[in-house]
Design a protein around this ligand. Structure first.
Ligand code: ZN
Length: 611
């Protein structure tokens, strides 16, 4: 008799379930609806793949990720699972073949886009076949607060109405309490069992570096890459298309292979660049937020942000694309004064109603708070998702190199009163120029060289002042104008500091971090990040990886679809000699053993006799 545990071992090659996988599978198999929140890399898809094999009929997987469906289906077929997809990339003839297989009951899993699913002829087709379950992937797309919002997702509640006896599972890798509520509401999942896994991704190291403006963000990125990821695959996020193109070109000039990805490129180019990123080793993709949802490349070793994400959900989701294989990975960000002003402006400018604006403000404050934090980043990040981490993590920049703070009360008073004296009509750079007594024609024309605050800030450099203003805006002493010119205004918090109050208030700010002072973290070795491999195991690993690349190329699938790095590393250490021993390696199920066992065994034999 087939049971979940048996399928986990024989098909997927794993010994034990993780997180709540077993309970989720049991609930679905029993016909219950489920909502599951699981971090990226937590093994989301097994939660519906195994029930799909256990229940009669076909499981329908609804996913917005058309470009990735081919890879998802390939990965299933590698395991011997009968999977297919229906989307606009298929020819009419191919579509017919899939529909025929569906009606004949020859499919375990069928991937469809929400648009396709809502199509009346598709629904009619589903009426005529046996359905195992509906899996609604990336369920946070129902949320109009998020940047992945898809209107069609809000209509998916009709599944509940039209197919009341087919269990549904909604899955997402990110959702705060509000989004969670929206998913339940919009998808009519009030009766569903809810499983919330820890959002902690302990293998990801978080770091947020201050940028002094100009080219300093790129310089910092370059030293981060050369220090930690000289030949690793990773994603660099930029805010604008221009930023993407410029950064990709700059990285190429520096000698890295970097490809751009944004909505301004043709569909063909986007698709090609994404495919190369998934199939080649060590490539960097430079992208706007348009890139990455559903990317299941497990060996992305770093995610770098060149600008501030709009909120913590986006930050968490984007950084979550690093290290899905559980091996060490980096989430790195560079941000500066300009980013803070832009984010504040964005919030002010949106022409949404008051309620929406309040939510946006709250989200912006939380994001800026995370950046300016002097305590453990992971504790704050998890707290945002209502999760308590008892101890500082020891694996973020603030834990590794605790930031220094200083009493900035006097500097704050100077800054605020200079904003006041210049009548709250100028942006940060102008005010800094007045404070530092810059010889500037505009300042003279405005008569601001006559102000009492002219040239009273010479004890700090321009970069230091930018850091001070950044923090004052982030902490809410200064706000930006609603018209969107970046003009600084005094916020209510500022007044007690300006008045000679009898209850003196201290302002503590972060000190600028000196790059040279950064303690060097333990060096991580390249793609494998497999610290424990001996030299010999490492060279065996490289040999196995080359074999994997050859096999992947022959079939035009990403290498990790054949075996993940972890499986190769286990093989390199255990050196199985027989077919039976292969099954002891995690990630090798029966179909993959039959398909690749001989190739890998003979490669291992050759290596041993040659060594
Ligand atoms: Zn920490």
């Amino acid at each position: 008799m087939q049971n979940p545990q048996h399928i986990l071992k024989s098909v997927f090659g794993y010994d034990a379930f993780r997180h709540h996988q077993a309970e989720i599978i049991d609930a679905l198999v029993a016909g219950r609806d489920v909502l599951t929140l699981m971090p990226t890399g937590g093994g989301k898809s097994i939660c519906y793949q195994i029930p799909a094999l256990l229940r009669d009929g076909t499981a329908i997987v609804i996913s917005p990720l058309i470009a990735l469906m081919q890879d998802q289906v390939d990965a299933m077929r590698q395991l011997g699972v009968r999977a297919a997809f229906l989307n606009s990339s298929l020819s009419p003839k191919e579509q017919q073949a899939v529909e025929h297989d569906l009606l004949a009951g020859n499919l375990d899993l069928l991937y469809v886009s929400p648009e396709r699913l809502l199509n009346e002829s598709m629904l009619g087709l589903l009426d005529r076949c046996e359905l195992a379950l509906f899996a609604i992937d990336e369920a946070h797309c129902v949320s109009q607060w998020g940047h992945d919002f898809r209107k069609e997702y809000q209509q998916l509640s009709l599944l509940h109405v039209r197919f009341p006896n087919v269990p549904r599972i909604a899955l997402t890798a990110t959702a705060d309490a509000r989004t969670r509520g929206e998913i339940i509401e919009q998808l009519a999942l009030q009766q569903a069992r809810v499983f919330i896994n820890s959002f902690d991704r302990p293998n990801i190291h978080y770091a947020i570096a201050e940028s002094g403006g100009g080219n300093s963000g790129r310089d910092a990125l370059w030293s981060f890459l050369t220090q930690h990821h000289a030949d690793d695959a990773g994603i660099v996020y930029c805010l604008s298309r221009k930023g993407v193109d410029g950064t990709a070109q700059w990285l190429n000039e520096k000698g890295r292979v970097a490809l751009p990805y944004h909505a301004g490129l043709t569909q063909d180019v986007r698709q090609r660049n994404q495919q190369r990123f998934l199939r080649e080793d060590g490539l960097i993709i430079v992208a706007t937020i348009a890139f990455g949802m559903g990317i299941d490349k497990p060996d992305v070793r770093f995610v770098a942000h060149m600008n501030l994400p709009k909120n913590i959900e986006a930050y968490y989701q984007e950084t979550g694309r690093a290290g899905r294989d559980g091996l060490p990975a980096d989430a790195w960000m560079s941000y500066g004064l300009k980013d803070v002003i832009n984010l504040r402006l964005f919030t002010e400018n949106s022409d949404a109603d008051e309620m929406f604006k309040r939510v946006m403000h709250h989200k912006t404050d939380a994001m800026l708070g995370l950046c300016e934090l002097t305590a453990c980043r992971r504790q704050a990040l998890l707290a945002y998702f209502d999760e308590v981490l008892e101890q500082p993590c020891g694996n973020c920049d603030n834990c590794v190199n605790p930031p220094e703070t200083w009493d900035a009360t006097l500097a704050t008073q100077k800054a605020l009163s200079c904003v006041y004296r210049t009548e709250q009509r100028f942006g940060a750079q102008y005010v800094i120029n007045v404070l530092t007594g810059k010889d500037d024609e505009r300042i003279q024309r405005n008569g601001h060289d006559q102000l009492s605050t002219f040239n009273i800030g010479g004890e700090h450099s321009g970069a230091e002042w930018r850091g001070i203003f950044r923090q004052l805006i982030a902490h809410g002493y200064l706000s930006t104008d609603a018209e969107g010119y970046g003009v600084l205004k005094l916020a209510p918090l500022a007044w007690p500091l300006l008045k000679r109050s009898d209850t003196p208030q201290t302002v503590m700010l972060r000190k600028l971090r000196k790059a040279s002072k950064e303690k060097v973290r333990k060096k991580r070795l390249g793609a494998a990040a497999l610290q424990d491999l001996s030299a010999q195991a490492q060279s065996m690993f490289d040999v196995l990886r080359a074999l994997r690349s050859r096999l992947a190329k022959e079939q035009n699938v990403p290498p990790y679809v054949i075996f993940p790095d972890k499986t190769l590393a286990e093989m390199a250490i255990a050196r199985p000699a027989t077919q039976a021993q292969l099954l002891d390696i995690s990630g090798i199920g029966e179909v993959k053993r039959a398909r690749y066992g001989d190739d890998f065994l003979s490669e291992i034999r050759q290596f041993e006799t040659g060594a």
